[in-house]
Design a protein around this ligand. Sequence first.
Ligand code: 4NP
Length: 161
Amino acid sequence: MPYKVLFVCLGNICRSPSAENIMNHLIEQAGLSTSIVCDSAGTSSYHIGSPPDRRMSAAAAKKLGIKLQGQARQFHKSDFQDFDLILAMDRQNYQNILILDPTQHYHDKVRLMCSYCSKHTLKEVPDPYYGGLEGFNQVIDLLVDACEGLLQNIISQQLET
Ligand code: 4NP
C-alpha cells in the first residue's frame, strides 16, 4: 500500500495543486512513485473542476520547469480515511478541515505544510490569489522547501526499508 498525502488549500487552484505537482516531481526523481501517492483538494467549492490558476502555472513553469496538472475538487470527509497525511496550507484551511472531524478521530493526520520547512520561517503558505506575481513566486519557494522536508520525513519515518 502506498503512503498517501493530501494537500489542502482554499480553492485548490493555486497552493495545493502546486504542492501536489512539486511533491510528485521530487517523488519521481527519488524513484518512489509506487511508494508515495499525492492528491490535492480545496476546503471551498468555488473552483470545482477548474485547472490550476494561470499565474500559478506560469510561476511553476518559470521557476521549476514543472507543468501543473489537475482539476480542482473539494475536500470531503472521506479523505480522512483515504489519506495517511493531510497538509493544510494555512491555519484557516487547517481549522476548516478539523471542523469536519468533530470527534477528532483524525486530528493527528492533519498538519500545517510549513511545519516541514527548514529554510523558511513562515508558518503558513500565504494565499496568493488577490496579490501580485511575487506572491506566486513565494508560494513556489515555500513549497519546494516544505516538499523536500516532507519527502525526507516520509522516507525516514513511513516507508519500509
Ligand atoms: P488557493 O488560492 O486556495 O491557493 O487555491 C485561492 C484560490 C481562489 C480563491 C482564494 C484563494 N478565491 O477566493 O476564489
